[in-house]
Design a protein around this ligand. Structure first.
Ligand code: SF4
Length: 347
């Protein structure tokens, strides 16, 4: 039976031979490094994260530097990684840790979980990988491995299913080598027990894995119930002045792309010219519709219709609303991925 199998030992033996030991955040697993990597790895593949992580660490080598930075500078380094609430929470937490904990990441589960953006699994990873305490984690990789090993039915987004997986994660924890074990769980999920093509033939769990025995590893974990996501439309006003600068404005902190810089938007592109003249006192020389773009969020699809407006600046744009930027300077700002790629093509 699965429960009598020494899961932890089999996993550690496999890890010794096949685990990943050269990821950048493993070289010096301080609480700051572990925390940053865990936040970046949420919903994002290791291969994507590596470059972002290295660049971020070059800009913000420690928590004090991160806390002292402007939010814009932090978002700029996150630009393209998506789920920007992660970056805003990272910045807020850095402030709290510097101001309330003397720059030391707390070493208690409850205190960590009170910090913005840190849930039970991230807290567990910090405590095990950086502080060598004994806690389970349950990130996407671990959920998948455990759901398959125990053939747990149902989508892990359902509380009952998630609780069962937490229970297994706790029961399986070894007494020794906890950091290696936690890393091994993540590695197994990322390299063998992958979402679409689990490599069961090379897996150390195969002899006791219930999903394998049932002949359907792909059926676990249960899928999120599908629902059709709605489509929304917006028009970007891409205003470009005589010297080639574009007007960008910072989005409100709440809502999509919170705190990032983007083009002014409106619902109806037909009246773009009049709107720009009235709001920014611009003289519009020409107006041209550019090819539409599409961006998919988890809960809706956004169709974007950019309109290029060549203009001359009579009054200067109100600083409260936006700023003119040379296109090459915009890449220093926090930009949503579609804005960034659009500006690159405009450049
Ligand atoms: S045997 Fe297959 S399904 Fe089971 S844990 Fe290993 S890779 Fe995953």
């Amino acid at each position: 039976m699965a429960k009598t199998f020494n899961f932890a030992q089999a996993l550690l033996d496999w890890y010794d031979q096949h685990g990943r030991k050269d990821l950048p955040w493993q070289q010096k697993p301080t609480p700051y490094h572990v925390w940053l990597s865990e936040i970046m790895l949420q919903q994002t593949q290791v291969s994507t994260v590596i470059d972002y992580y290295q660049r971020f660490i070059r800009h913000f080598p420690d928590i004090e530097t991160l806390a002292a930075a402007k939010q814009d500078a932090v978002l700029a380094q996150w630009s393209g990684l998506g789920y920007y609430a992660r970056a805003r929470n990272l910045h807020k937490t850095a402030h709290l840790v510097v101001n309330e904990f003397n720059g030391h990441m707390p070493a208690s589960l409850e205190t960590l979980m009170e910090l913005p953006g840190i849930g039970r699994s991230t807290a567990g990873a910090i405590l095990t990988l950086a502080y060598h305490q004994r806690f389970p984690i349950l990130d996407g990789n671990v959920k998948r491995v455990l759901a398959r090993f125990f053939a747990v039915e149902g989508w892990p987004g359902i509380k009952q299913v998630e609780n069962r997986l937490w229970q297994y994660a706790e029961e399986l924890l070894p007494e020794q080598r906890i950091a290696n074990y936690i890393q091994a769980q993540m590695d197994l999920g990322a390299t063998l027990c992958t979402r679409s093509k689990p490599d069961c033939q090379r897996c150390p769990m195969q002899t006791h894995c219930q999903a394998y025995a049932l002949g359907q590893p792909g059926a676990y974990p249960g899928k999120k119930p599908k629902k059709n996501i709605p489509t929304r439309q917006t028009h970007w006003l891409v205003m470009q002045n005589e010297v080639g600068e574009v007007l960008l404005e910072q989005r409100p902190q709440q809502g999509i792309w919170g705190g990032l810089w983007s083009f002014p938007e409106m619902r109806d592109g037909e009246v773009a010219r009049q709107y720009c003249q009235q709001r920014w006192q611009l003289q519009i020389h020409s107006q041209r519709a550019l090819s539409p773009l599409q961006h998919v969020f988890t809960h809706f699809r956004l169709e974007i219709y950019p309109t290029l407006l060549q203009c001359s600046v009579n009054g200067v744009a109100d600083k409260d609303y936006g700023n003119w930027y040379r296109i090459k300077d915009t890449f220093e700002l926090g930009l949503p991925a579609p804005v960034k790629s659009f500006l690159k093509s405009l450049n």
